[in-house]
Structures are given as C-alpha cells and as structure tokens.
Write a protein that binds this ligand. Structure first.
Ligand code: CA
Length: 252
C-alpha cells in the first residue's frame, strides 16, 4: 500500500501537528473503479482504523450510499454507469450532512468546480500521497463533527445561513452548503472585526499549510458567492479585502 502511494505521490502533508486527534473509527464508502487504487485506499483507511466498504461503479455507490449508515464517502468522479457527479447530487439530496470527498484527475479543473457545486465538501487531486489523503479525511471529519455539534444560524444581506444544517436560504429557496463553505463562513463571522488572509483560511478551514493552494481558496469562495450573494460580482456577505484576503460583510 505504501509503495503504491509513494510511487504516485506528488505532495505529502507535513502538518500532522496541526491535527489534534483523529476521529473515532468511521464507516467510509470508497467509490473507485481503478482496482489498484481502490485496494490501496481500502488498505490505507482500514489500516487507520476505519470500517471501509468499496464499490467500483456509480450504481453500486448509490445503492450502498443511500442505504447504509455512513460517516464519509470518498468518491471518484469518472465512474462506469452512473458518474460521480450524479452520485454526489443524489447522495446530497437524501443526506445533506454526509461528508463527501471527491477524487479528481489532475488538471480537471471543471470537474472540481462542478463537484463542489453539486455538493462535495472537498476534493483531492490524483495522484495524491497517503498522508495527504488521511489528513484530508481527518480534517473533513472534524469539520463535520464541529458543525453538527454547534448548530447556528446567521442572517446577512437577506440570506439566512443555517450553518448547522449546511443550508442557505434566500427568498425561500434552499441551497446546500458544503462543510468547507460552512467552515469559511463560520471562521469569517467569528473574526468579523478584521480581515482574514487566504493563508489563515487554508490553515484554519482546510487544515493545510498556508503557503499552498491559495487559488483553492479563491475558487471555493467564488462558488460560495454564487450560492449566497445577490450579485456574486458585488459581494456583500463574503467581501474581498485587497492585498489581504476576505472579510465578513461590509468593511467601510
Ligand atoms: Ca475512475
């Protein structure tokens, strides 16, 4: 298993110190049609103490995902029969709080955006390192535990943000928010007297070193704005602070 990941590793997370305690054993569904990677994921997650079920196509993913009591889904996007986007959309409809981690191919930028739009909470780009994947799984589990333990709602600029239930409502229409988006909103709101840098969001919400992947922050916030802002080009809830990063609400 380690050889499999070591061969394909592009980046290994070095922030284990930032992750306090791994969550208890989780029931994880792995949806991956590539047999070698599927086995490596099962071994890796099983070795970390989780109960893992693996399937290799979208149809089985829906059958298992909708029936079983799961704590997390690792979902490949390119799947036989029903693709990962459809699986994600269907799971999200029935289980709004189930953490979903997408596995996307390198360079498939549109896939990531689409995946996040249909309700995935996070994504990992293939090829990924074993430690990176485990760190993402732990971080996602912690975010989802935190958000379910502390239900809270905020009203801002005509939008009702139910962070506990991962739902935004504007004019009665309900829009699903991902755990990541809820994490961003909560962090900005809890620190609303100041601006927050991209590096801080990466460290606090993503759980990765702040000098990596700043475009990921911008992309996620762009998606979030399309969900909650009246005019995403002129945001009034998650605002941009030039040269620094982002802030909650109007800053002048
Ligand atoms: Ca695939």
């Amino acid at each position: 298993m380690s050889a499999f990941f070591a061969d394909r590793r592009v980046w290994v997370a070095s922030n284990e110190t930032g992750i306090a305690m791994p969550p208890d054993s989780m029931k994880i569904l792995v949806v991956e049609d590539e047999p070698g990677l599927q086995k490596a994921l099962v071994d890796l997650l099983g070795g970390a103490g989780h109960a893992v079920t693996a399937v290799g196509d979208g149809e089985s993913a829906l059958r298992v995902g909708l029936q079983d009591d799961l704590d997390m889904v690792l979902l490949d996007l390119m799947l036989p029969r029903v693709d990962g986007i459809e699986v994600c959309r269907a799971l999200r409809k029935v289980k709004p709080a189930l953490p979903i981690l997408m596995l996307t191919a390198k360079g498939a930028e549109e896939d990531k955006v689409l995946g996040l739009t249909v309700g995935a909470d996070d994504y990992v780009t293939k090829p990924f390192g074993a430690q990176e994947l485990l760190a993402r799984v732990v971080a996602l589990a912690r975010r989802s535990q935190t958000s379910s333990a502390r239900p809270e709602a905020i009203d801002s600029d005509g939008c009702h943000l139910d962070l506990g239930r991962c739902v935004a409502r504007r004019n009665g229409a309900a829009i699903h928010l991902t755990q990541r988006e809820v994490g961003i909103l909560r962090w900005l709101y809890n620190h609303r007297l100041r601006a927050v840098s991209r590096a801080e969001l990466l460290e606090e919400v993503w759980g990765v070193p702040g000098d990596l992947q700043t475009r990921t922050v911008d992309m996620t916030i762009s998606n979030l704005r399309h969900k909650i802002e009246v005019d995403p080009a002129r945001p009034r809830i998650v605002t941009t602070i030039k040269g620094i990063g982002y802030a909650w609400g109007r800053t002048e």
